[in-house]
Design a protein around this ligand. Structure first.
Ligand code: C2E
Ligand code: MG
Ligand code: MG
Length: 478
């Protein structure tokens, strides 16, 4: 006879490590797939339906980044417990206690990161699944008590139902994932069911994502430059670098179509780094070629701004290119900064010490919580083009623009108006004291070589617009 206790223990341990998530003790991705396949086999045999809930904690990265990984781990364990509580209390009450625990513990799995999957075998209608999702949302929304503070968690949930939304584990999971994405896009903290339309969108998105990955490897991007004009001195003082994706086989893809995707999958980090490098390099080249001394503005997305080594990277890029930091301006949107005011203020202060300027892009469209303006070391506000567009016809927009200019000047900030398309808009903005303008009236964003030509050839004429008084009198406001 041999004692196999030790071997059994080791085998159990190996099994545990292979199939369980060590942080929460829940089944991991591989075990979840097996469980789902078993559940599907049963559903097929007994002609029952089944729902897969794909859950992603909202803004989990922010919790991790701002409160630390220990808090992040605590939150994930708490989410796991609450999910188990929901499943146990409801769907499996009719079963024997031991059995119920065994089954319900397996009904909740962690896929990794902040993603969980819940398999509901006791659903007969989509309403049942929706009710389960609502229960989960309610359980998660109760505050989580941390050592020094309380936080509230929300999650986005995507639901697919067997057999309608898929016959096998893979397609049910894929479809629940697509529905989860939809819930995120619609503002998070909600659940969405899979639909065929989502499937098409998800495949398009998937295709775009793999093309974007290749584009990053090959660096299929270009920067276009749009001039910024000082309205009083009537001269070009700088330009905004705007990213374009240039696939080999088709025309340019505008940033609105791929930046949100790049933000989601993290590709914005290498892309954004390239944008900074390229903008700095180009400006140094132009300066060496004898072009006037200009300042280049580069847009930073939320994800980039939250990169742990952002300031270090920027100062490295500046040093490598040889560009004077005072020639670089970074454009950030309000929503990025107000997410965590204290952390943002620290980052902005280090950037300021570096000599880089900061402006708020699309001002007026985000939170517009004015309190933050005085906490941040800003240099300029860019009035969003939606206000500039109707400045002549809509008195409310005109009022917003003039109030923004007054506010900015009181805080000693420069004001830039975006999206200026007509002479009369320039005139009004100038009369209201706006400092800089940017828009198609002067020039659309241009490829580098064309921008340099424009500066040499057209800039003097374009910036020398004629006397403005007759036009202003004509519209009878000033
Ligand atoms: P934004 O920073 O507010 O840039 C201004 C947008 O307005 C640009 O669109 C520009 O082409 C457009 N525009 C300029 N003048 C006019 C005008 O007179 N009329 C109208 N209707 N539009 C005008 P674009 O190039 O499509 O960029 C859209 C947004 O994508 C940018 O908004 C910015 O938020 C983002 N973006 C662009 N390049 C980058 C980048 O390198 N990194 C990041 N993170 N975001 C970028
Ligand atoms: Mg911008
Ligand atoms: Mg803007």
């Amino acid at each position: 006879m041999i004692d196999i206790t030790q071997r059994r223990r080791t085998e159990d341990k190996v099994h545990y490590l292979a199939y369980c998530d060590s942080l929460t003790g829940l089944p991991n991705r591989s075990l979840m797939k097996e469980l789902l396949e078993q559940a599907l086999a049963n559903a097929l045999r007994y002609r029952r339906s089944l729902a897969v809930l794909f859950l992603d904690v909202d803004h989990f990265k922010r919790i991790n980044d701002t409160l630390g990984h220990d808090v992040g781990d605590t939150v994930l364990r708490e989410v796991a417990q609450r999910l188990l509580g929901c499943v146990r209390a409801s769907d499996l009450v009719s079963r024997k206690a031991d059995d119920a625990k065994a089954v319900s513990d397996q009904a909740v799995s962690r896929l990794g990161g902040d993603e969980f999957v819940i398999i509901l075998t006791e659903v007969s209608t989509t309403e049942d699944a929706a009710a389960a999702a609502a229960r989960i949302a309610a359980a998660l929304n109760a505050p989580v008590q941390l050592a020094h503070e309380e936080i509230t968690i929300t999650a986005s949930i995507g639901i697919s139902v067997y057999p309608g939304d898929g016959a096998d584990a893979e397609s049910l999971l894929k479809h629940a994932d697509a529905a989860m994405y939809q819930a995120k896009e619609e503002g998070r903290n909600k659940h969405r069911f899979f639909t065929r339309a989502l499937d098409e969108r998800a495949s398009r998105r998937f295709a775009l994502e793999s093309r974007l990955r290749k584009a990053v490897e090959r660096c299929d991007f270009v920067l276009h430059y749009q001039p910024k004009i000082d309205v009083r001195r009537r001269c070009v003082i700088g330009m905004e670098a705007l990213l374009r994706w240039q696939p080999l086989d088709e025309g340019l893809i505008p940033p609105a179509e791929f930046i949100p995707l790049a933000d989601d999958n993290g590709l914005i980090v290498p892309i954004g780094e390239w944008v900074l490098q390229e903008a700095c390099r180009q400006l140094v080249e132009w300066q060496a070629a004898g072009l006037p001394r200009l300042c280049v503005a580069v847009n930073l997305s939320a994800v980039q701004f939250k990169q742990p080594r952002l300031v270090e990277r920027i100062s490295h890029i500046l040093a490598k290119s040889g560009l004077d930091p005072t020639s670089l301006e970074l454009e950030l949107t309000e929503s990025v900064l107000v997410e965590d005011i204290a952390a943002s203020a620290t980052i902005l202060n280090t950037l300021k010490d570096l000599g880089v300027s900061i402006s708020i892009d699309d001002f007026g469209t985000g939170y517009s919580s004015l309190a933050y303006l005085k906490r941040f070391p800003l240099n300029a506000l860019k009035i969003d083009r939606s206000f500039v567009r109707d400045i002549i016809t809509d008195p409310n927009d005109a009022a917003i623009v003039s109030a923004t200019i007054a506010l900015a000047h009181n805080l000693r900030l420069r004001v830039i108006a975006e999206g200026v398309e007509q002479r009369v808009q320039v005139d009004i903005l100038r009369a209201q004291g706006c400092d800089e303008v940017q828009g198609y009236f002067f020039s659309p964003p241009l490829p580098a070589a064309e921008f340099a030509d424009w500066l040499r050839r057209d800039a003097p004429a374009v910036t020398d617009w004629a006397a403005t008084e007759p036009l202003l009198a004509a519209i009878g406001r000033h």
